[in-house]
Design a protein around this ligand. Structure first.
Ligand code: SF4
Length: 283
């Protein structure tokens, strides 16, 4: 009888709205939409803090400002339960410790260790099926990511929602509430780690120019993990001379030029030098 009473009480627990609050612009909009729809009482802003060495300080500023606007704390769900961003290993340390940049074809060591595993552990430890809804900031153009996330969490028994796709919007820009988006977006398309293991040559050119310290560490990780590479078929140490020539020729370090246009401009600007240096990059 006592057991039935306990089950009944659990069932009655009000729904918790968990916003997967990455620190990026879209997840901030989702947090605002969710609080506007349900009130802040049962909203949780779940973030996986990233080493302050690879996550731009302005991303940290942005996530705190939006949380303050919503009058909510950020719930940090970090690797090994580490509090704060100091002491969190970066993507290169994790890859070297695990012996590879990726698990299988699609799962990255860093993303799995820093985000997926702590999140699944925290979720299962704190919320049972039916007790919460998880909200993500994916947009209409990310249908593959939506399907993948929805199916993984459905298998675990959790409900997911994508307000930027399915809800009537009340906000499109955090400037509407006086909060500037992270300055990271001035050169980057995503609020990801600098030297992101998922990224390609253009991102690593930006890293080479803007963060030579991270560039050096990425090369160190490739050396440690030989013959694995971060960018498929390209070793960073082999592409360095091309990047040097690009920087000297004034090629802008930005992700905002579409990839095809960007590399066409590089080819045009460097001419024969491009052909010579490009051939050196291949493994
Ligand atoms: S943003 Fe990139 S480098 Fe950072 S954890 Fe995710 S996949 Fe890894």
């Amino acid at each position: 009888m006592k057991k039935c009473q306990l089950s009944f009480n659990l069932y009655q627990k009000p729904l918790t709205h968990i916003v997967c609050y990455s620190g990026g612009f879209s997840s901030a909009l989702v947090a605002i939409e969710v609080v506007r729809k349900f009130g802040k009482e049962r909203v949780v802003l779940c973030n996986h803090d990233i080493s302050s060495w690879t996550e731009d300080a302005d991303i940290k500023r942005f996530k705190k400002e939006v949380a303050t606007y919503l009058q909510l704390p950020i719930t940090y769900v970090n690797i090994n339960g580490i509090k704060g961003s100091d002491g969190i290993p970066d993507q290169f340390d994790l890859a070297v410790a695990e012996g590879g940049f990726k698990f299988g074809v699609t799962s990255y060591t860093c993303s799995r260790r820093l985000k997926t595993e702590p999140f699944h552990h925290w979720l299962r430890s704190n919320y049972s099926q039916g007790e919460c809804v998880l909200y993500y900031g994916f947009s209409c153009s990310e249908s593959e990511r939506i399907d993948r996330r929805a199916s993984i969490l459905a298998e675990m028994g959790y409900e997911v929602a994508f307000p930027l796709v399915d809800w009537e919007r009340t906000i499109y820009d955090t400037r509407e509430i006086g909060i500037e988006p992270p300055r990271t977006y001035e050169t980057m398309r995503h609020a990801n780690c600098m030297g992101c293991l998922r990224a390609g040559r253009q991102h690593f050119y930006v890293t080479y120019v803007k963060r030579p310290d991270i560039w050096e560490k990425a090369k160190w990780a490739e050396k440690k993990l030989y013959p694995y590479t971060i960018i498929k078929g390209v070793r960073l140490v082999n592409i360095e001379r091309l990047f040097q020539a690009m920087r000297e020729a004034g090629i802008p370090a930005t992700e905002h030029i579409p990839s095809q246009t960007f590399w066409a401009k590089v080819r045009h600007t460097l001419g024969d030098t491009y052909q010579q240096l490009h051939s050196l990059q291949n493994i």
